[in-house]
Design a protein around this ligand. Structure first.
Ligand code: BDR
Ligand code: CA
Length: 312
């Protein structure tokens, strides 16, 4: 059955690959709309980049909305050091022609969840959780209507990437993450523990290039760009491809495994702000609120990505 999803995103090259994967999978996923949020780069760039990617996928009719331009309670922290000044540095990209929708992204999330039958819409956050938390604060009646939230964020074994203790998406808006993780909606999280096991090796990038299509060429060039940062940082043979894990899970959940555990967000720590305090070893009796993934079939994941994006 086709699953209805809203992608909430801050492209970002890995966000862009996630959007391509979703738009390339119409038999599995019905992308109702894409909401942009401030994160890797400021909102004017993330909404622009989202439209560029929809056009690259040949889907300019996908509704794209601009959401929140700053975290709930803090100044925005961005990641140009990873993604470049545009957020999609690497290949030269054309300005998008397709229009941005007039409605605010948060209102699109609220209206969609209210209009469609309950538990038929899945939220897919790929950036800071500002839009989702704002929607939940503004319209708490939508929370029990959410089918599932499948998000990229957090870390337990890998601890952090933007600080020693925190992963970027959670760190940028910890108050928003706290609201979402406490909401009671079913959550599946793809933390760094998973994404760091799916690296863009030379062979995997070459497999994209070998498809010979424009979207696959872009994926290869984006990958080449952001790899430089992770290769240097981790001494690894490639970079983690974080956000497509969310979409891959919706298409082929058996690529992933993890534990249903309690996860809480640190919003006050002097050194640990934005940490996902995951009770992996079930030390407490706090109720489980998140399926926190830990393992990925990396070969299967990249095979899915190249096959699907190769169809665009
Ligand atoms: C997350 O942060 C962003 O830089 C990526 O797009 C991903 O969503 C990884 O920590
Ligand atoms: Ca992202």
């Amino acid at each position: 059955m086709t699953r209805k999803i809203i992608i909430d995103t801050d492209p970002g090259q890995d966000d862009a690959v996630a959007i391509l994967l979703a738009l390339a999978s119409p038999n599995d996923l019905d992308v109702l709309g894409i909401t942009a949020v401030a994160g890797n780069v400021p909102l004017p760039l993330t909404e622009r980049n989202t439209r560029i990617v929809c056009e690259l996928a040949g889907k300019p009719d996908t509704p794209v909305f601009a959401g929140c331009d700053a975290p709930l309670a803090r100044p925005l922290v961005t990641a140009e050091h990873v993604h470049g000044t545009t957020g999609l540095d690497g290949p030269v990209m054309q300005d998008p022609v397709m229009a941005l929708q007039d409605k605010h992204g948060v209102d699109f999330i609220i209206d969609t969840l209210r209009e469609l039958p309950e538990k038929t819409v899945t939220l897919c956050p790929l950036g800071p959780l500002t839009n989702i938390a704002t929607a939940f604060q503004k319209a708490p009646d939508i929370i029990p209507r959410v089918q599932e939230i499948v998000l990229m964020g957090g870390a337990y074994f890998q601890v952090g990437n933007i600080t020693p203790a925190a992963e970027f998406n959670i760190y940028v808006d910890p108050e928003a993450a706290d609201i979402v993780f406490k909401s009671g909606a079913p959550i599946v999280a793809m933390p760094l523990d998973v994404t760091h096991k799916a690296l863009t090796t030379a062979d995997r990038v070459e497999a994209f290039r070998a498809k010979g299509t424009e979207p696959c060429r872009m994926v290869a060039e984006w990958t080449n760009f952001f790899e430089r940062f992770d290769k240097e940082k981790y001494g690894s043979e490639g970079a983690p491809l974080h956000d497509p894990c969310v979409i891959a899970y919706l298409i082929q959940s058996d690529l992933f495994s993890g534990r249903h555990i309690n996860v809480q967000i640190e919003t006050e720590g002097r050194l640990t702000l934005g940490m996902t305090v995951a009770d992996w070893w079930r030390i407490t009796d706090h109720p489980a609120n998140v399926t926190f993934m830990n393992q990925i079939d990396a070969e299967g994941f990249f095979a899915l990505l190249t096959d699907r994006i190769g169809r665009l």
